[in-house]
Design a protein around this ligand. Structure first.
Ligand SMILES: Nc1ncnc2c1ncn2[C@@H]1O[C@H](COP(=O)(O)OP(=O)(O)OP(=O)(O)O)[C@@H](O)[C@H]1O
Ligand SMILES: [Mg+2]
Length: 369
């Protein structure tokens, strides 16, 4: 069956009505644009996978229901649907706000096209393309380039400081061995101690210095290790770390030690923001059809670290993944930039949402088939 959509022609099959067109069915199910078909009473007749994902409802459940029973549409879209029935002309409305069943508001570009197939009454194809995601992708790319440039600069600098620092430490050690007066050794010990501290900082600035060792890794085992570590660090403080895991998530192909380092940096930040008294929630889910950078993934592991701390100011949120950006007096501002670079090395990304009630860091890591 053919329908016109956004100026093009889209091959579309409606379930069992055309079983020979499994190829077009596959195409429709692989597009990232949400496609729905409604009749003149706005009753749903078809949803592709992207529409199921966007609206959070299965086609099985939704077919037969009214569009308004699934999603709260703004009157412009409802009017558009009415108009198309009368005029038979395609119609596009930009940046339409929809409220999803869970209460989440999303911004979509919406194209309505009459279906050129009218054996069983008039049908309209509704194409929904999320625009907030496009904006997210642009921001993500900008951030990625910015983070990469700062990290490269910093790595170069760290590398240059490391060599003379080694020389200074060696000279102080030699001097120490020549000193007969024990009281003077106090000074060389300060030099050696401070050189070691700087060395550790430089090593962190240089980041992981080996290629990731990829193997099948259970994400929940890693989270449990991080949880135990942070609980131990909190000691007797009333910190709570709740778990909300989806046990059906398959193993990731990843470097477990690097992922622990990334997770630890984020969970530690959450514990620090809570001053070890509050709640952290670790949530894992599978997400489908996610675009990270320029790559589209059918299946992605989503890992959320949520805390009910004071949140991150809007100003700080803009640069939080850049190295040396910190909001803590004793912070070095390296934790999140290291975590981001580790997750990038796994083809993923870390996102952050924060308000004065809660902060959520979301790690998206592709699950390759
Ligand atoms: N969950 C959170 N809640 C509130 N603020 C946060 C949270 N996570 C990060 N931040 C803010 O982001 C800043 C940067 O974090 P990042 O981990 O990169 O560096 P840091 O914690 O300051 O130093 P370190 O290198 O020791 O980790 C923190 O200083 C803090 O102000
Ligand atoms: Mg930190």
């Amino acid at each position: 069956m053919l329908c016109s959509g956004a100026g093009t022609t889209i091959a579309l099959t409606l379930g069992a009505m055309d079983s020979s067109s499994s190829y077009s069915e596959l195409v429709v199910d692989h597009t990232t644009i949400a496609l729905l078909v409604v009749d003149e009473r706005q009753r749903l007749h078809f949803l592709n996978s992207a529409a199921e994902m966007l609206l959070g409802v299965s086609a099985k459940k939704a077919v037969g229901l009214l569009l308004t029973e699934i999603v709260d549409i703004r009157c412009e879209m409802a009017e558009g649907l009415q108009r198309i029935m009368e005029t038979n002309h395609p119609y596009t409305e930009r940046e339409v706000e929809l409220r999803l069943p869970g209460g989440e508001k999303i911004i979509v570009d919406c194209t309505l096209s009459p279906l050129l197939w009218q054996q069983q009454g008039q049908r309209t194809v509704v194409e929904l393309q999320r625009m907030d995601q496009q904006l997210r992708l642009m921001n993500e790319e900008h951030l990625l380039n910015q983070t990469q440039a700062s990290a490269d600069l910093l790595r170069g600098l760290a590398h240059e400081i490391k060599n003379p620092l080694g020389g200074l430490r060696g000279a102080a050690q030699l001097l120490e061995s020549e000193l007969n007066d024990r009281s003077l050794r106090e000074y060389t010990e300060v030099i050696i101690g401070e050189a070691d501290r700087l060395q550790l900082l430089l090593d962190r600035m240089l980041g992981p210095n080996r290629p990731p060792q990829l193997r099948e890794t259970n994400i929940h085992e890693l989270l449990e290790r991080v949880r135990t570590l942070v609980m131990v660090e909190a000691g007797d403080a009333p910190l709570q770390i709740q778990r909300d895991y989806d046990p059906s998530i398959p193993d990731l192909v990843a470097d477990g030690n690097l992922l622990i380092q990334a997770l630890l940096n984020i969970v530690r930040n959450a514990a620090q923001s809570l001053k070890n008294s509050g709640e952290i929630r670790l949530r894992t889910r599978i997400r489908r059809q996610v675009t990270i950078g320029h790559n589209h993934h059918r299946l992605v592991c989503s890992l959320e670290i949520e805390d009910n701390g004071p949140g991150i100011s809007e100003e700080l949120q803009k640069s939080i993944f850049l190295p040396m950006v910190t909001g803590r007096a004793e912070g070095t501002g390296l934790g999140l930039s290291i975590a981001q670079s580790i997750i990038h090395r796994h083809g993923g990304v870390i996102e952050c949402q924060s308000n004065p009630e809660k902060t959520i860091f979301t790690l998206l890591i592709p699950l390759e088939e």
